[in-house]
Design a protein around this ligand. Structure first.
Ligand code: SF4
Length: 382
């Protein structure tokens, strides 16, 4: 397990390997046939690192078998304000991501590939890297926002439409908006593919953003416990952990420390471990997250547009203390109403976050039924 970057200062300084430095450090990319790339992804068990964790090989195969020339998009948008792993990767080793993009394009027979990022230092680092390479990749700058990196929203934005999700009858890898397959793949997944091509059999690792006293990006093996990660990061004051992302799972300590970081445990997702210290109020943290998620909804789907603000309001009443009778029941009911009812995964994630919080902060919720708990309000990046 290693710490790749510590503190916001380091993350805000471009520290990009040039193409030649990248070749010197990693060697040239092997010329693999399409089926070999897919076999490599399958053998290593690579899964998407944007949040959904879908098996990469299956997605590559689907796009390769679709009708028409696929479009391949490397997703480096990282819309969550607490997560820094993808931007760290793009600012330090962008050529590893671009190598992975070239491999994915080869695997599916694409002639067109691009990398999508938000404007700023990351876009500058990526644009500079793309200009140094012999292959042709476009850089697409996406408007800021939590949802603009959602796969269907990103595809629409790339094709000239608004960066908003849309309802799909089939996966994008089967058929996108123009009738041809669209492969949207997170940049960390692509970097892992490029590493596997050079070092087949290398045990796959994942990047985590640990946000507690400090902000750090760590490279870890899948299955390591949350406790081991926090030890390495030097985070010792742990009341609870939010694992995965803002629409992730709350776990209370000490139980959280024995839980593995893995797809199976539901703790990996977009790779966030957010540490809540003992002096902060967990209920206020949940209320802030619920309000944040409600603010990200594009308002296109009724259950989400109405349900997320109602869920946030219920958590805010609970956080303030002495809420109206039935507030906790209302949270449970609202979580059930929004779950699985949107065009994208935002309401499902909000439901997961809310339900896990009811369990992780059960004791605090009892206190809040009669008044505020007296702890300070948590401060989460928004
Ligand atoms: S589910 Fe919510 S966030 Fe997603 S597209 Fe519909 S309204 Fe927008």
């Amino acid at each position: 397990m290693s710490v790749l970057a510590r503190t916001e200062e380091l993350l805000s300084r471009p520290w990009t390997l040039s193409y030649q430095e990248h070749l010197d450090a990693h060697g040239t990319l092997p010329a693999l046939a399409p089926h070999e790339v897919i076999a490599l992804a399958e053998g290593a068990g690579l899964r998407g690192r944007g949040g959904a964790g879908f098996p990469l090989a299956r997605k590559l195969r689907t796009a390769a078998q679709g009708r028409g020339r696929p479009l391949v998009i490397a997703n480096g948008t990282e819309g969550e304000p607490a997560i820094r792993k993808d931007s760290t990767l793009l600012m330090h080793v962008p050529h590893l991501v671009l190598d992975g993009l070239a491999l994915a394009a080869r695997a599916v027979g694409a002639r067109e590939s691009l990398i999508a990022v938000h404007s700023g230092l990351v876009a500058e680092a990526v644009t500079q890297a793309v200009a140094q390479r012999p292959d042709r990749v476009q850089v697409h700058v996406v408007p800021p926002g939590y949802l603009s990196g959602e796969a269907s929203a990103l595809t629409r934005s790339v094709l000239g439409g608004p960066a908003l999700p849309f309802v799909r009858d089939v996966p994008l890898a089967v058929r996108g908006p123009q009738g041809r397959p669209v492969l949207v793949q997170n940049v960390e997944t692509l970097a892992s593919l490029a590493l596997q091509a050079r070092f087949p059999g290398r045990p796959p690792t994942v990047l985590l953003t640990v946000r507690g006293r400090d902000v750090q990006v760590l490279e870890v093996k899948i299955g390591v416990t949350i406790g081991a990660v926090l030890d390495t990061a030097g985070e010792t004051d742990v009341q609870a952990v939010l694992a995965g992302g803002y629409a992730g799972t709350w776990l209370s300590a000490p139980r959280a420390l024995d839980v593995p970081v893995s797809h199976a445990a539901g703790t990996l997702a977009a790779g966030l471990l957010l540490v809540l210290p003992h002096d902060a109020c967990g209920v206020s943290a949940v209320a802030q997250l619920a309000r944040y998620l409600a603010g990200q909804s594009a308002g296109q789907c009724g259950p989400c547009a109405n349900g997320l603000p109602a869920l946030a309001a219920a958590w805010e009443l609970l956080a303030a203390g002495d809420p109206p009778a039935g507030t906790v029941d209302r949270i449970e009911r609202l979580a059930g109403l929004i779950d699985g009812r949107g065009a994208c995964g935002l309401p499902d994630g909000a439901a997961v976050m809310a339900r896990s919080a009811l369990e992780a902060f059960a004791d605090d919720i009892v206190v809040h039924r009669t008044g505020p708990c007296g702890r300070r309000s948590a401060e989460l990046p928004r």
